[in-house]
Design a protein around this ligand. Structure first.
Ligand code: C2E
Ligand code: MG
Ligand code: MG
Ligand code: MG
Length: 285
């Protein structure tokens, strides 16, 4: 119980501790066990080429099946892991697992393998001195070519200051791609593009949702693709849920997308069977 755990600490926060942070503390404790007992798994969501939907790359997304509570989404437990610092060993595991899987696909599937694997890296990981060195070590251990790895960071993580930008430059120097995730939802967006060695801009789902209704957000999506073209950045539209959105994005100049319309995050074994929607069934292996 939170109260007894708080005893003896400098700050007794049992009373002030809201339900949310109590919940997060419990999750973080369970997550430690999860990491040690194999309750965690990576799923992979296809990143596809427009307009056809052919597989381009995949994004690794962590999944946790809690022994009592069932599946718990990363939106809930990643913040808990960030607060406790557990994200550092957890993130190291995620990076290595994803790189190992991508190397395995390249070996097993050849030309049909995803060309890149994207791994989400949190602000806390990026602030660790030597993170770039760890990325280099993982690439060596797994045998994955650097150009096949993309590191996804949010604007906020980069803006966090400190050594984040230094680490990003060191990672870019390895030949690894850098993607700015959820772009447009953080702060400092446009100024960041000058200082951050980004290769890819992932346009947040909130700018895609109303794209076919010609709403305010659609204006942003249209502006961002022009910025990307002008700055030689690759744009990826996130959260594409309908064929209409995909068609409109293509019309605006987007060439890469990700979303439920194409595929949900899938277990690693299912990636080899991914086919663009509407492909002739006879062509499936
Ligand atoms: P993200 O990196 O922006 O990942 C995209 C999220 O959008 C994923 O949620 C994905 O399942 C979801 N998504 C994809 N297409 C659609 C769509 O068409 N519609 C809707 N409604 N959602 C879609 P997920 O897996 O729940 O992850 C949520 C967030 O948690 C991620 O956002 C990322 O910030 C974080 N996360 C997930 N896995 C990891 C990880 O391995 N490490 C770290 N540090 N963070 C992670
Ligand atoms: Mg991401
Ligand atoms: Mg994202
Ligand atoms: Mg997002």
């Amino acid at each position: 119980e939170a109260k007894s755990q708080g005893k003896g600490r400098q700050v007794v926060y049992s009373a002030e501790m809201d339900q949310r942070s109590a919940e997060q503390a419990r999750l973080a404790a369970d997550l430690r066990t999860a990491l040690d007992t194999g309750q965690l798994q990576l799923h992979y969501q296809p990143i596809v080429a427009l307009p056809g939907g052919e597989l381009h790359g995949v994004e690794a997304l962590i999944r946790w099946t809690h022994p009592e509570r069932g599946p718990i989404g990363p939106g809930l437990f990643i913040p808990a892991a960030e607060r406790t610092g557990l994200i550092v060993p957890l993130g190291a595991w995620i990076l290595e697992e994803a790189c190992r899987q991508a190397a395995r696909w390249a070996y097993e599937l050849g030309g049909a393998a995803p060309r890149t694997v994207s791994v989400n890296v949190s602000a806390r990981q990026l602030r660790e001195a030597g993170f770039a060195g760890e990325v280099a070590a993982v690439l060596r251990r797994t045998g994955l070519a650097p150009h096949m790895l993309t590191v996804e960071v949010t604007e906020t993580a980069v803006f966090d200051g400190g050594t984040a930008l230094t680490e990003l430059h060191a990672i870019a120097a390895l030949g690894v791609s850098i993607a700015l995730d959820d772009f447009g939802t953080g702060h400092s967006s446009l100024g960041l593009l000058r200082t951050c060695p980004a290769d890819i801009l992932k346009v947040d789902k909130s700018f895609i949702d109303d794209i076919t209704e010609g709403g305010q957000q659609a204006v942003v999506a249209a502006a961002l693709i022009r910025i990307c073209a002008g700055m030689n950045l690759r744009a990826v539209a996130e959260g594409v849920e309908t064929a209409e959105q995909a068609a409109e994005l293509y019309r605006l100049g987007y060439r890469f997308a990700q979303g439920y319309h194409f595929a949900r995050p899938l277990p690693a074994e299912a990636i080899a069977a991914y086919r663009p929607m509407g492909a002739a069934p006879g062509l499936a292996a």
